[in-house]
Design a protein around this ligand. Structure first.
Ligand code: GDP
Ligand code: IMO
Ligand code: MG
Length: 421
């Protein structure tokens, strides 16, 4: 049995915290897509830690953490992250597993990412520049190197061939940074990677399922950054939605039970691209400051805006969301009037559907207003004690999305979560 936790917006919904919260009820946590573009924040013993590649179940005892085949893996970042978690006493040699089909991010992928983004001029995606898109392009272009290749005799030969192809691409971009230090660091990290538990991920996970184990699949990014259904081309390069769980771990759709979708009580986006409910005013700045909305991976200020039920409805449909977690509700504690977008006006025409292309069209959000709760909710432990304006706000979201908000997160702390009735 597999349950899924994924983000329904443009990323950073609080997946790290929520996966860590749910992990004790599971035997295995598995990342199915994305790479170190992700930054999942957790608090362990009161200390903040941001995970980029390791699944967010790593701090829970006796859990298996699997990096699935759908992920693109940067060995250098993984090595640093393993060192970081081990300083908390985590025995990653025992609890971390990596699929042999997982594709590797090479130093040249990062260089190509930088060169191609720089060449984009005004149309920059705002990539995290971690080499994600070039690595996935080499996967679909059937050139990529996989973790399992490290165990063969001809890895150096395969690397040299791909390195040559990459050099041609870099030459076309007139890219002339020296990446030799990055390459030595990469080869050193590959030796480290070889010392970890490399498995045939699809048999590994299906055997676990057959033995009655409970698996939690952890998404990265968010549905609106999905390569097929997000705000293309301002998206990431993987399928961030539930469908990605099947291809990114090698499991069948019948094995999936609950799909737990996470949304902030408002909305953020980092990087370029359409964001209909964005607030380019004092309110946006207020939310950014009270929510500490600065990127976990790049430190960039996140763009902030009101919750967008048109996009959320779309995300619930595409993912088959069965329950919702609403995070960062406390960030709205001091706002007089809250707005909820329940329709768009696209070029003057009202719609409740996400249009094919938002760029180039005028997309104006239509809002319904709600009174703010004006109460500090950060210490509240039970649903009944939540202020009544918040109850009204949540009930509206429940009915508009047709999916219940089952958990409300009211602070970054592991224990700041309220189970809805
Ligand atoms: P992820 O990428 O989805 O895991 O999210 P990030 O870790 O990038 O960003 C979420 C940020 O919000 C982190 O700094 C969390 O510590 C913080 N956070 C998570 N839940 C809450 C919450 O309910 N309230 C507040 N104030 N912060 C939260
Ligand atoms: P988590 O898992 C927020 C955004 C980037 C950029 C676009 C493409 O922490 O929610 P890429 O590096 O994939 O080429 O960037 O996607 N992006 C994210 N935004 N959270 C993330 O991950 C993101 N991963 C990528 O900012 O706009
Ligand atoms: Mg993040």
């Amino acid at each position: 049995m597999v349950d899924v936790i994924l983000g329904l917006q443009w990323g950073d919904e609080g997946k790290g915290k929520i996966v860590d919260y749910f992990a004790p009820a599971y035997d295995m946590v598995a990342r199915f897509q994305g790479g170190p573009n992700a930054g999942h924040t957790l608090y362990v013993e009161g200390k903040k830690i941001v995970l980029h590649q390791i699944p967010s179940g790593i701090f829970r005892e006796n859990k298996i953490n699997l990096i699935g085949n759908g992920v693109v893996l940067d060995a250098v970042i993984l090595k640093k992250e393993c060192e970081a978690v081990s300083s908390f006493g985590v025995d990653y040699k025992k609890s971390l597993y990596i699929s042999e089909r997982t594709h590797l991010i090479l130093p040249t992928h990062r260089a190509i990412d930088r060169a191609s983004e720089a060449a984009k001029g005004h149309d920059k995606i705002g990539s995290t520049l971690k080499g994600i898109s070039p690595a996935y392009m080499d996967k679909t272009g059937r050139n990529g190197l996989r973790v399992g290749d490290l165990l063969g005799n001809d890895f150096q030969k395969k690397y040299a061939q791909l390195r040559k192809k990459h050099q041609q691409i870099l030459d076309n971009f007139s890219f002339n940074e020296d990446i030799s230090d990055a390459e030595s660091e990469f080869f050193e990290a590959l030796e480290f990677l070889k010392s970890l538990q490399i498995v045939n991920g699809e048999y590994f996970i299906n055997d676990a399922i057959a033995n009655g184990k409970k698996i939690l699949a952890e998404g990265a990014q968010g549905s609106m950054l999905d390569v097929d259904f997000g705000t293309f081309p301002f998206v990431t390069s993987s399928n961030t939605i539930t469908a990605g769980v099947c291809s990114g771990l090698g499991i069948s759709p019948q094995k999936i039970r609950e799909v737990i979708g996470i949304t902030k009580a408002y909305c953020t986006r980092v990087g370029s691209g359409p964001f209909p409910t964005e607030l380019n005013d004092e309110m946006g700045e207020f939310i950014r400051q009270s929510g500490h909305e600065f990127g976990s991976t790049t430190g960039r200020p996140r763009r902030c805006g009101w919750i967008d039920l048109v996009a959320l409805n779309f995300a619930c449909m595409i993912n088959g969301v069965t329950q919702l977690v609403m995070t960062k509700a406390d960030v709205l504690d001091n706002i007089d009037v809250l707005k909820v977008c329940n329709q768009y006006k696209v070029n003057g025409k009202e719609t409740t559907q996400v249009p094919f292309q938002m760029e180039g069209s005028e997309v104006v959000p239509v809002y319904k207003e709600f009174p703010g709760w004006k109460t500090d909710i950060t210490a509240i432990k039970d649903f009944k004690s939540l202020p009544s304006p918040m109850d009204i706000y949540i009930k509206y979201i429940n009915s508009a999305l047709g999916v219940p908000v089952r958990y409300i997160s009211n602070g970054p702390g592991t224990d700041q979560i309220i189970v809805a009735l």
